[in-house]
Design a protein around this ligand. Structure first.
Ligand code: XMP
Length: 329
């Protein structure tokens, strides 16, 4: 086991050596553990030469923008600019249904936002940020590509993590990725050392491409994202109510591109099917589905079908990783 105090010191020194005394950096904040801890770490070295940006890409969970901005402002005291990129992102995803194509498009669109933000900083503050801070983890790197020079015959390529596989070759920024060699639990330990509040440290992982990898196929069709947001909120709230949130690595809902026949209030319905997924994992590389009690599953399914008009069927995913991955795309 590595000593996280030592890792933290090493990273602080490395950044101080890399970034010149008058140079600036941009940090892409997602509201998740990794990027938040990365920002907090880099902020210790760069202070107000670090410019954090949170992108509302139209693929966030219910009220997530507000929740995240409140946390940054009230608890973390990190100065953050919020950029609304909903429309260009959803426009770009129109008609895109292949999972890898979606991931690549989202990654590319994120880079557009960072470029625009850098231009904006140049105009308003007269500074030209040369660095981009990301909370990339070790599993993101190995699942996105075989390690360079590894001479491995078999590619590890499972899916392009948005912040690795979607990067352009001619990226104008030098990357600062202090957690490229770390697993999530190690980043959580570093976050605790940096004084990041516990409620934040314990947040379930959420993928950068957001709900786009949880609406199977084309995401842009009317209502899909809204339905998913409602279901997800009910599911996660139910988990909190039952006191299970901290026992589970990650839990979320998936919108399936199919409809099923049902009967609601004596009426035949032809509505959407959603899947619920909850897993336990040590590092995200392998995972086991979470064994809820039948009473919990009954309760959550009833709540969803009663409250979400557009859903008449709920299924629970009982697949481990492997053979499934945690996300469905
Ligand atoms: P998979 O689906 O590969 O997910 O079993 C493993 C863990 O990684 C998260 N994940 C991502 N996180 N960018 C991220 O920041 C991504 O592109 C991405 N894809 C998957 C996933 O939620 C799980 O925790």
């Amino acid at each position: 086991d590595w000593n996280m105090g030592q890792v933290l010191e090493e990273q602080l020194q490395k950044i101080a050596l890399l970034v010149g005394p008058t140079e600036h950096a941009i940090c892409a904040l997602s509201g998740g553990v990794d990027s938040t801890v990365a920002a907090t770490l880099v902020h210790k070295v760069l202070g107000d030469r670090l410019h954090c940006v949170f992108v509302d890409n139209g693929l966030l969970r219910l009220n997530e923008q507000q929740r995240v901005m409140d946390t940054f402002n009230n608890h973390l005291h990190l100065p953050v600019t919020c950029v609304d990129h909903t429309k260009p992102m959803l426009d770009r995803l129109t008609g895109v249904s292949d999972p890898e194509a979606k991931r690549k498009a989202i990654g590319a669109e994120f880079i557009e936002v960072f470029k625009n933000y850098a231009t904006e900083l140049e105009k308003t503050l007269g500074v030209k940020p040369m660095y981009l801070v990301q909370g990339t983890l070790y599993p993101d790197v190995i699942e996105s590509c075989p390690p360079p020079g590894s001479g491995q015959k078999h590619s590890h390529m499972i899916k392009s993590h948005h912040n690795v596989g979607g990067l352009p070759k001619d990226l104008q920024f030098t990357l600062i990725e202090p957690f490229r060699d770390l697993f999530k639990d190690e980043v959580r330990a570093v976050g605790r050392l940096l004084g990041v509040p516990e409620q934040f440290i314990k947040r379930h992982p959420f993928p950068g491409p957001g709900l786009a990898v949880r609406v199977l196929g084309d995401v842009t069709e009317e209502g899909k994202l809204d339905t998913l947001r409602e279901v997800d909120e009910i599911f996660v709230n139910c988990i909190r109510e039952y006191g299970l949130y901290d026992e589970i690595w990650q839990a979320f809902a998936v919108f399936l591109p199919i409809k099923a026949v049902g009967v609601q209030g004596d009426q035949r319905t032809h509505s959407h099917v959603v899947a619920l997924r909850a897993v336990n994992s040590a590092d995200g590389m392998t995972a086991d589905w979470y064994n809820f009690t039948p009473a919990f599953l009954r309760d959550v399914s009833t709540r969803i079908c009663n409250k979400v008009r557009t859903v008449n069927r709920v299924v629970y995913d009982i697949t481990s990783k492997p053979p499934g991955t945690i996300e469905w795309e």
